[in-house]
Design a protein around this ligand. Sequence first.
Ligand code: LLP
Length: 418
Amino acid sequence: MNDFRYVNGRLHCAGVALDSIADAVGTPFYCYSHETLTRHYRAFHEGFRDVPHVIAFSVKALSNLSVLRLLGSMGCGADVVSGGELYRALEAGIPAERIVYSGVGKTRDELEYALRTGTLMFNVESSEELAALAEAAARLGVVAPVSLRVNPDVDPKTHKYIATGLRESKFGIAIDLARESYARAASMKSVRIVGVDCHIGSQLTDLAPIRDALSRLERLIGELRADGHAVTHLDIGGGLGISYDDEAPPHPTEYARAVLETVSHLNLTLVMEPGRVIVGNAGVLVTRLLYRKRQGDKRFLIVDAGMNDLIRPSLYDSFHEIRPVRETAAPRTVADVVGPVCESGDFLARDRAMADDLERGELLAVMSAGAYGFAMASNYNSRPRAAEVLVRDDRFAVVRRRETYEDLVGPERVEVDP
Ligand code: LLP
């Protein structure tokens, strides 16, 4: 579901025409819908209404401060995977007791930073990390709330780069070693066991692997409790997919039902880390058509956004619908929509039926770009990163200004050349 639709032949986000934003801020820009963000958060929250829960939005999906502030103001927490994300979440006013710290490679500085802020829990991914966390907590004279990220060895049936719950992935502690690791944690004075954590992958469109993982966790939690551990929290990770093309992922309510069926009898506080499902379809990337050309048998539409702005098509071969901002019913022929970056892997769409009447200077909207869009943008080819805009009703606000050339070189203005 999204709030991008044509009104009088112009693609709008809620009450604002995307071309009017382009006139004001230039291109490319990311545009997010306040209404969609709000609705998606509420849909998720509704599903889990009847059980104690913390929705910890996965900051990696879309880290803009204004978006975090909006979600935080509705009661949302944060799932962070770096000191930088923790800093953002706190800056956005999300209280530490609604922040969980995940990630396979937390540094000593990051552990100490999070311990000082008092985050809800650390999702620990290895015995060595557990030892490092215990040491850091002891140094600071605090007790670290811990859940171990368990790798349940299930196939989430998604792109191999974003499947995380298989035994051969770098994530988590193998489920058959989990009891041993919990016993070790229980023996550490500066660590307090609070829960179990699991995340099997992203863009999941099928409930079966989720159910499978949860029933393995349910069994484990029974064993841990029998071993005398006080497990009060279950973090089920994120991963619920969205529709980019013709996928039909479960609705958050169905997802919630499946989760609750398996684990509600355990009387836990549930933590979830949704990212994409909240923000994916709440955002688009608007880009301008620079040039058209034919080469060999191919038709190319060269636009001013590239793989540095949206890397998903290049990295995962992922599909993003591309809509002209000016509505057109012209016949369509196949084209590659490519960016200005000097790589053949720089494309937003390949072999895509695109209207024949697209003119130079026209705007195109790359749909479903709210998640892992701007968040994965880079300055490759020394391209300043795009502006980000948030639309609410018939108004819009620039929530991140476009970067300047000075932003590119500022950190390199050093005193001494070696
Ligand atoms: N929790 C953990 C521990 C994660 O690793 C992730 C995503 C999430 C939560 C949020 O997952 P979500 O609800 O957004 O699926 N860049 C890729 C996706 C990478 C996902 C990484 N981890 C993409 O563009 O598809």
